[in-house]
Design a protein around this ligand. Structure first.
Ligand code: TYM
Length: 327
């Protein structure tokens, strides 16, 4: 049995970076894996202020999006994090195993804290520890994530090793699974930074729900460079990023894309890219819209998933409480 687990925050809308960084690699694992867990990380979302009604809506949207993308509740335990108090309980225990120094070293926190200054929440600082709890609670072996989450999975490994040394063999040591291409889709308006749901401009990302006109507008305004050729070179960050997206939505290699656009410029390339993105997203959008018509059914699926997850989480917490001496 190979246990695979990942999660996404239901913050704003999901974008193609989330899809290619985490959802698609998870779906690959679902094909062969026999123990797959995917959850909606709602307690991670509240590390930055959320409108409660908006959050409720986003949780349902995320559920519909995963199902539309191909998550099969027969093969994957799909649930909402906050149904299970074991996640936050284990996070507290791991807080007492983690050191301030190692959590302070998390680059994502440093980046976010730089923008927010002292108003940054304690939760945002501590969220890698909650993420470690999410992973370790289920004896997870493989964690499919985008590049930006690698450091957090490494923290989970460190905490598991330290806990096991201190209290005896308890946790499985997890490994991040990061795809070669597409693990870090960059912002369309700023290829120096990753595509992000919380970017100040909508032109930064392609949402999974963007329609044809929006995709075309955003791709047309995407940053390029002055070279004017469709040639893959990692140092040409903007063009390399657009070519990566092209390759992901068409499953064409970089060589094939270069041949297709030999002698052509960014204008032709961008129009073709926008068309392929729309063709890729449209069937998924239709399914999402149809699934969202039956909210009770969606709620039922994540509730049933939580029931399955609970038996594993509760067993693990009985073991952990015993090991640390509180029961
Ligand atoms: P979140 O919600 O920020 O992102 C969800 C997933 O999408 C990936 N991702 C990207 N991949 C490629 N290019 C991008 N531009 C891009 N932006 C985001 C992320 O790497 C991630 O895999 N802490 C996590 C959620 C989480 C989790 C977990 C993940 C909570 N508990 C346990 C794995 C295991 C997060 O904030 O993801």
């Amino acid at each position: 049995m190979l246990r695979v687990l990942t999660a996404l925050k239901p913050t704003n809308i999901l974008h193609i970076g989330n899809y290619f960084g985490a959802i698609e690699p998870f779906l690959q694992q679902q094909k062969t894996g026999d123990s797959n867990f995917l959850f909606i990380a709602d307690y991670h979302s509240i590390t930055v202020p959320q409108d409660p009604d908006e959050l409720r809506k986003n949780i349902l949207f995320a559920t519909a999006a995963y199902l539309a993308a191909g998550v099969d509740p027969e093969k994957t335990t799909l649930f909402q994090q906050s149904y299970l108090q074991e996640h936050t309980e284990l996070a507290w225990i791991l807080n007492c195993v983690a050191s301030m120094g190692e959590v302070e070293r998390m680059t994502q926190y440093k980046d976010k804290a730089r923008v927010k200054g002292e108003t940054v929440s304690v939760g945002l600082f501590d969220y890698p520890v909650l993420m470690a709890a999410d992973i370790l609670l289920y004896d997870t072996e493989i964690v499919p994530v985008g590049e930006d989450q690698k450091q957090h999975v490494e923290l989970a490994r460190d905490l598991a090793e330290r806990f096991n040394k201190r209290f005896g063999e308890t946790f499985v040591i997890p490994k991040p699974m990061i795809r070669k291409q597409g693990a870090r889709i960059m912002g369309l308006d700023d290829p120096e930074k990753k595509m992000s749901k919380s970017a100040p401009s909508e032109k930064n990302y392609i949402s999974l729900m963007d329609d044809e006109a929006t995709v075309l507008r955003k791709i047309k305004s995407a940053v390029t460079d002055s070279e004017g050729t469709i040639r893959f070179d990692e140092s040409r960050k903007a063009v390399a990023n657009l070519m990566t997206i092209y390759s992901l939505v068409t499953e064409k290699s970089m060589e094939e894309i270069e041949t297709e656009f030999a002698g052509k410029g960014y204008g032709d390339f961008k129009i073709a890219l926008a068309g392929h993105i729309t063709a890729f997203l449209k069937p998924m959008q239709d399914k999402i819209n149809s699934l969202l018509k039956n909210e009770d059914e969606l709620r039922n699926i994540i509730k049933q998933g939580a029931g399955k997850a609970r038996s594993i989480a509760q067993k693990k917490m009985i073991e952990v409480r015993k090991k640390i001496g509180v029961s």
